[in-house]
Each structure stands twice: as structure tokens, then as C-alpha cells.
Design a protein around this ligand. Structure first.
Ligand SMILES: *[C@@H]1O[C@H](CO)[C@@H](O)[C@H](O)[C@H]1NC(C)=O
Ligand SMILES: *[C@@H]1O[C@H](CO)[C@@H](O)[C@H](O)[C@H]1NC(C)=O
Ligand SMILES: *[C@@H]1O[C@H](CO)[C@@H](O)[C@H](O)[C@H]1NC(C)=O
Ligand SMILES: *[C@@H]1O[C@H](CO)[C@@H](O)[C@H](O)[C@H]1NC(C)=O
Length: 535
């Protein structure tokens, strides 16, 4: 059975067509960068006065949840390798570097009553070194590493955490805002909230399905808005920076043109992006109407006296609305979506509230991560939709491809070429996109995927020297030339994409180069679960 599937897949891949690449240049003021996050690269988990966060706790107490049982104790050891990181950033020629601050490194007590001298020194050194190298720091204040002490109080399910987050953000603005002009308050509430609804995700064993995710979303909105208002009131006039938030933004393609499937794709989109972002970016603020109705309806049928989705008061709606200078787009996933019959009334769940079937088309090329498929047209559709729906300036704050750490990573190069071309398509169609961040600068601790699935433009194994991959050379070339058409690209056939040959490029004289992935990759494709990891 497996063998048959492999043959079918191989045939599909061999049948790949070249995607028409966009030959435009990126605008002169378009910024290119690369991203990382504190827990994934810093290491030095217990250095000096740093205290424990929920990922230290997960990896130490539940190593079985991580594919290879690894942790971020050392990771890329960036805490001790500022110079090495700066050297590779310079080599790539990036305009900016997106990194995050570790809350417990800066504030070991979680609160602003104690600011760590060594933590402060580390981030000051990093920021100063970036500026000396002419690289703009783009700083994420929170990237999933909540202080364990705050989790003991309920973490993001407790709305009081919004005040503690704002207190922490205020320290960041105060200490670093003279030099940092790009701030991202929260990275992907879509990733840090599901842990309050399912037991095997950080912070582990605190799940209250169908309730916890919504409490987290509520707290995250308040936390973000409060930090934004603090910046606006106390720092903007002197520091003159911008403050945004990043969303894990998926594309949902309707399975058919039926009104039901189109509505299903829309609901899926609103449960993914809208639940966390509409109150900030939507023209009327508040949660999306379809999400409010869907949760309220099932809550009532389940016998709850009120909706499991907290209701925002008029005052809260006004307080949260418009609290961003840009929309940060983290993009990895495209799904096909279809309507389905409602689930039986029983235990609450966000998935049942959404009530949509979503899956990956089997013809889409996969990656090492089971949830990652190569669907560049989904990205351009997403960017256009976000542009039309919200109308904010956008930065792509993450986009990238996972494999197993090969140095000659032609599939990643191929991916970047197609996805950057999709950005050019959206720009041509009028989308207001100001910059693009490749995820990631280097291989790092990929959460529950440990060090198995790797996203780097550079290979790194702990503190070994960082080694550039072929994709790093490609991205460097894109930054230098501001066009994507320097080598060929292939993409699997699918319902929605352009399939015309020929491809572009000096290197191969226009002939199509088809790259056959290793058998291990195909096997993974076959065994990969089709269950969505995140809504
Ligand atoms: C820090 O953690 C390492 C394990 O990663 C351990 O060997 C070391 O003793 C710890 N250091 C301190 C000061 O606790
Ligand atoms: C998707 O559409 C196809 C027809 O194009 C149909 O056969 C299939 O059942 C649909 N899948 C779902 C889950 O609705
Ligand atoms: C919720 O229930 C109302 C009233 O029955 C109905 O009009 C609406 O379509 C339902 N919405 C959803 C998303 O199920
Ligand atoms: C990575 O480094 C560790 C520790 O130095 C070493 O044990 C391991 O073999 C290295 N792995 C690879 C693939 O080089």
C-alpha cells in the first residue's frame, strides 16, 4: 500500500510544472530580513539570574513531547555568539533582523520591580552590534516563552496577565526604544493560545477545551492594546517607532464554488486570523461576527448561560480597535476547506465551534514538517485578502520551509523563489507590503519538532560554526539584486495555480529543472498526518 502511494506521489512530483515567476523588482524601500526567537536560539537557559519559562519547563519535565527529546538549553547558543550571528546577518546583507526578548532573562521575577543587569546587557550588546553593522533591529516582545511564575497564575487564560505583559513591554520600550524602531508585541497568539485548549502543547496540562483558547485570545488582545497605548502615550513622540502584532495567517481555499464551501472557507479564516486580529484591525473592531455567532450558538446548545467566547464591552472594543501601525504576517499553511454537518452537542471544542473540514491537497509538495506544503498561490491570495479586509501596511514577519538540515537545500531555495514571487504578485496587485522576513536565519529549536525539522538559511549544530546553505546564497542574491528570477523553480500541479512553462533563469537557459526529493522525504509525506495542527 505504501509502495503504491509512493509511486503515485513520485509520478505527481515528476509531473511538476514550472510556476510562472514574477519578473518585477522589489520596490527600493522594501525591506528584507530574517527572523529567530529567544527560546529557539539563545540557549543559556539558566545563565545568571534568568528564571524559568514555560518552554524550559515543558522540555525539562515532558521531554517525550518533543520528537527528539531535545530542548533549548543551549540551542544555537546565540547568547554567547553575538559576533557570529552578526557576521552571518552581514553576509546575507539583510536590512533588518527580527529577534525576540526573553521575558525571564530581562525580568527574572516576571515583574518590572527587578530588571536583570546581565539580561539588559545582552540585549543592549545585540542591538548595538546590529546598529553598528547597519542592520535594523525588529524586536518581538513575546514569542511564546511565558514566565513559569505567571503560568502558575493561569497564564494567558487569566486576563490580569495583560497588565503584566504591558508592564514588561513598557520596560522594553524604556530600555531599548531609543534604538529599536520596529516593535512586535505578540507573536502568533494562534500558536500560544491552543495550549489552553489542548493538553500536549505548551504550557502543558492546563487545557480547558473550547474555553481556554478564547480566554487566551481575550487576554492577548488586551495585552497587545495596552502595550500599544503605553507606546503611544509615553514613547511615540520621542522614539518615533512603529508597533504591530504578528498573526499565524493561513489561507483556506474553498473546496468547490458552492456557497457552502465558500462560507466554510471564510469561517475557517475568521477562526484563524479574525479571532485574534479583527478586534485590532477590523473596521468595526470586536471579534468577527461569524465567530461570535458560532461560539454563542453552540454554547447555548451546550447549556452554557453565556458564550464561551468572552464578550467585549463597547469600551473594550474602542480601546482595542486600531491599536497597530502594521500587520505582521507569519505564513506557512494553505488548506482546502469545505462545509460539513455540525458535530453532535457534547464536550465543547473550538474545532467543533468552527465546524469546517480543512485538509491539505495530496498533490501539494510537502516539507519535513507535516503541516507545511508548498502552495505559493495561497500566499498571494492571503496577502490580497488581508490587504483588502484590513487595509494596514503589512510586513511578512515569517515565511519559510523545513527539511532535515541539508546544506544543498534546493527545495528551500525553490520555496523561497516561489513565495517571494507570490509577494511580488501581491505587490503588483496593489497590496501594501513593506518587507519580508525569512524564517529562519539558522536552524534552531523548532518547538515540539526539536532539532529534527530545520528552517535555517544557515546550518547550525549547537555551538558549531554556522554554515551557509544554498538557500542562504539564494536569499543573499535576492537581497542584492531585488529580483527572484535567478534560478529555476518547480511547483506541484494543483487546482489553483498557474502551470505554464517555461521557467526563468540564466543558469539553465530556460529549461525546467525537476528536483526529486530523497526517499525519506517521500516516506514522510506518506506518513504525515493530515490533521491540522492548528486551526
Ligand atoms: C544550568 O543548566 C545546566 C544544564 O543545562 C546544568 O548543567 C548547570 O548546572 C546549570 N547551572 C546552574 C547555575 O544552575
Ligand atoms: C470536495 O469536492 C469534491 C468535488 O470537487 C467532492 O468530491 C468532495 O467530496 C469534496 N470534499 C469535501 C470534504 O467536501
Ligand atoms: C447562530 O444562530 C442564529 C439563530 O439561530 C442563526 O441565524 C445563525 O446563522 C447561527 N450562526 C452560526 C454561525 O451558526
Ligand atoms: C551536534 O553536536 C553534538 C554536541 O556537540 C554532537 O554530539 C552531535 O554529534 C552533533 N551532530 C551533528 C549532526 O553533527
Amino acid at each position: 500500500m505504501q509502495a503504491v502511494k509512493i509511486i503515485v506521489l513520485l509520478a505527481t512530483i515528476l509531473n511538476s510544472h514550472a510556476q510562472q515567476l514574477n519578473t518585477n523588482s522589489f520596490p527600493d524601500d522594501f525591506l528584507f530580513g530574517v527572523g529567530t526567537s529567544a527560546y529557539q536560539v539563545e540557549g543559556a537557559w539558566n545563565e545568571s539570574d534568568k528564571s524559568e519559562n514555560i518552554w524550559d519547563q515543558l522540555t525539562h519535565n515532558y521531554p517525550d513531547l518533543v520528537i527528539d527529546g531535545s530542548n533549548g538549553d543551549v540551542a544555537c547558543d546565540s547568547y554567547h555568539h553575538i559576533d557570529d550571528d552578526i557576521a552571518i546577518l552581514r553576509n546575507l546583507g539583510v536590512d533588518f533582523y527580527r529577534f525576540s526578548i526573553s521575558w525571564t532573562r530581562l525580568l527574572p521575577n516576571s515583574y518590572s520591580n527587578v530588571i536583570s543587569e546581565t539580561g539588559l546587557q545582552y540585549y543592549n550588546n545585540l542591538i548595538d552590534a546590529l546598529l553598528a553593522a547597519n542592520i535594523i533591529p525588529m524586536v518581538t516582545i513575546y514569542h511564546w516563552d511565558l514566565p513559569t511564575e505567571l503560568q502558575k497564575l493561569g497564564g494567558w487564560a487569566n486576563p490580569i496577565i495583560a497588565d503584566y505583559f504591558a508592564d514588561y513591554a513598557q520596560v522594553a520600550f524604556e530600555q531599548f526604544g531609543d534604538r529599536v524602531k520596529y516593535w512586535i508585541t505578540l507573536n502568533e497568539p494562534q500558536s500560544f493560545c491552543p495550549g489552553y485548549g489542548s493538553p500536549n502543547q505548551a504550557p502543558v496540562n492546563v487545557a480547558e477545551p473550547g474555553i481556554g483558547e478564547y480566554l487566551c485570545s481575550y487576554t492577548a488582545l488586551k495585552a497587545h492594546a495596552k502595550a500599544y497605548h503605553i507606546y503611544d502615550e509615553r514613547y511615540r513622540s520621542t522614539q518615533q517607532g512603529v508597533v504591530g502584532i504578528t498573526a499565524l495567517s493561513n489561507w483556506f481555499e474553498p473546496n468547490t464554488t458552492s456557497p457552502e464551501d465558500i462560507a466554510a472557507a471564510e469561517i475557517a479564516k475568521q477562526f484563524n486570523v479574525g479571532l485574534y486580529m479583527h478586534a485590532i484591525f477590523g473596521r468595526d473592531g470586536d471579534y468577527p461576527e461569524v465567530v461570535k455567532q458560532a461560539v454563542a450558538n453552540r454554547s447555548a446548545l451546550e447549556g452554557f448561560p453565556f458564550s464561551r467566547l468572552p464578550e467585549l464591552t463597547e469600551e473594550e472594543i474602542q480601546y482595542i480597535k486600531g491599536t497597530a501601525d502594521f500587520f505582521g504576517v507569519n505564513h506557512y499553511m494553505t488548506y482546502v476547506a469545505a462545509a460539513r454537518d455540525p458535530d453532535e452537542i457534547g464536550e465543547p471544542s473550538m474545532e467543533k465551534d468552527r465546524g469546517v473540514s480543512a485538509w491539505f491537497d495530496p498533490s501539494w509538495e510537502g516539507a519535513a514538517s507535516s503541516w507545511l506544503k508548498v502552495v505559493p498561490w495561497g500566499f498571494s491570495n492571503l496577502l490580497m485578502t488581508l490587504n483588502n479586509e484590513y487595509g494596514y501596511p503589512m510586513y511578512v514577519t515569517e515565511n519559510g520551509y523545513s527539511d532535515y538540515g541539508e546544506i544543498d537545500d534546493s527545495r528551500r531555495t525553490n520555496y523561497y523563489q516561489l513565495y517571494l514571487s507570490a509577494v511580488l504578485d501581491a505587490l503588483s496587485n496593489g497590496a501594501n507590503i513593506r518587507g519580508y522576513t525569512a524564517w529562519s536565519l539558522m536552524d534552531n529549536f523548532e518547538w515540539l519538532d526539536g532539532f529534527v525539522n530545520r528552517f535555517g538559511l544557515y546550518y547550525v549544530n549547537v555551538s558549531d560554526p554556522r554554515t551557509i546553505k544554498s538557500s542562504g546564497e539564494y536569499f543573499k542574491q535576492v537581497i542584492a539584486t531585488r529580483v527572484v528570477t535567478t534560478t529555476s523553480a518547480t511547483v506541484s500541479t494543483n487546482g489553483g495555480s498557474t502551470t505554464q512553462a517555461p521557467t526563468y533563469g540564466e543558469s539553465n537557459g530556460g529549461s525546467l529543472r525537476i528536483i526529486i526529493p530523497p526517499l525519506s522525504f517521500l516516506l514522510l509525506l506518506v506518513s504525515a498526518p493530515v490533521v491540522p495542527w492548528i486551526l
